[in-house]
Ligand binder design. Structure first.
Ligand SMILES: *Cc1c(COP(=O)(O)O)cnc(C)c1O
Length: 366
């Protein structure tokens, strides 16, 4: 074998289709409503913004590398041991750390058909193989996930609720999945949208993590907390997983303004409640109004909804996207999620929500 003439990435890296974030512009439109990245229409808590600003006075200092203030605030909020929390630069960071810590060449990691794209990217980046478990009705199918397990499986990723479908799996089903997994397989519960879910049979996974050695739960400050720009997420896991992640994470992977703003945001329960109430009201309204137009909407428990379009030329998702964009409504095309004829819409401000419905009504009546 001849040596390569230039540096070569590890196998898998060049198989990655780089993550394409939701677009944020609508050329030529004065007022743009970005509804493509599930950001909070209410923005961050004023207390979080004040904490962030305060940090500007000491940008010369490294942050606390163990994010103690934040881990303690999370611990207080959720009744968790701060020693079993790892913070990251977004839950992206955490998901990649999990892949790096638990996957090696030839290993497999399972995710579902329309699962969050960071899972296959993190898996391939670690040199392992993403294995897709088919969904049913745009919902994770626990039986298919169990069937996908092989002797090579090391991680099972489950977004609950899932993005971009908005569907969720009742917690009894998650427990059934966990019971079927060999003890050396890590179950990663990604609960990025947990705060929005109002169903009685839903749980984010805290109790399962507390009583197992092979389950972790990931959370984010990017969604209901409205702090996506700061990149902040966290994991609750067994002590041995926390230990492994702390060995490989960047020593200062979470920046000081993120630590301060995150802790302040957790304390502002009134702001969080407002965001939750806004979402509940408008998610229901949007689902009803868009369904009434004759479009299929997948029932969502998150802060976004998946709208399916007819195959008829002139009436497809791409056609709708063009009209919506021309009015300043920027939704998310989800082709990369194997949903070629759907758009994902984040719940926006009242003004944005009404404009989308009005535009879709115009679109359907043409
Ligand atoms: C938005 C989202 C996250 C959060 O990502 P961050 O890196 O924390 O911004 C995680 N998982 C899913 C399924 C998401 O949709």
């Amino acid at each position: 074998m001849t040596a390569p003439l230039r540096p070569q990435p590890r196998p898998g890296v060049l198989d990655i289709a780089a993550y394409v974030p939701g677009k944020s512009t609508a050329p030529g439109v004065a007022k743009v409503f970005k509804l493509s990245s599930n950001e909070s229409p209410l923005g961050a808590s004023p207390k979080a913004i004040a904490a962030y600003r305060h940090c500007a006075q000491h940008l010369e200092d490294y942050p606390d590398g163990s994010a103690t203030e934040l881990r303690e605030a999370i611990g207080r909020t959720y009744g968790l041991d701060p020693d079993r929390i790892v913070c990251g630069a977004g839950s992206d960071d955490i998901l990649n750390l999990l892949a790096r810590a638990y996957l090696a060449d030839g290993d497999e990691a399972i995710h579902t058909t329309h699962g969050f794209l960071v899972y296959p990217i993190a898996t391939l980046g670690a040199g392992a193989k993403p294995v897709v478990a088919a969904e049913k009705n745009f919902t994770a199918d626990i039986d298919a996930m169990i069937k996908a397990v092989t002797p090579k499986t090391k991680i099972v990723f489950l977004a609950n609720p899932n993005n971009p479908t908005g569907t969720y799996v009742p917690f009894d089903e998650v427990k059934r999945l966990h019971r079927a997994l060999p003890p050396h397989v890590l179950l990663v519960l990604d609960a990025a949208y947990a705060e929005y879910v109002t169903k009685n049979d839903y749980e984010s996974g805290i109790e399962l993590v507390a009583t197992s050695e092979n389950v972790v739960m990931c959370r984010t400050f990017s969604k209901i907390h409205g702090l996506a720009a700061l990149r902040l997420g966290w994991l609750y896991g067994p002590a041995h997983v926390v230990d492994a992640l702390n060995r490989i994470r960047g020593p200062f992977n979470v920046n000081a303004p993120a630590i301060a703003a995150g802790a302040a945001s957790l304390a502002d329960t009134a702001h969080l409640e407002k965001a939750r109430a806004h979402n509940e009201k408008w998610l229901g309204w949007l689902t009803d109004e868009i369904s009434k137009l004759g479009l299929k909407v997948t029932p969502s428990v998150g802060n976004f909804l998946l709208i399916h379009f007819p195959e008829t030329p002139g009436k497809t998702a791409a056609d709708a996207d063009r009209l919506l964009t021309s009015k300043g409504c920027v939704l998310r095309a989800v082709k990369a999620y194997h949903l070629p004829n759907a758009l994902r819409m984040s719940v926006g401000t009242e003004e944005a929500n009404r404009l989308v419905v009005k535009t879709l009504a115009e679109f359907m009546s043409k």
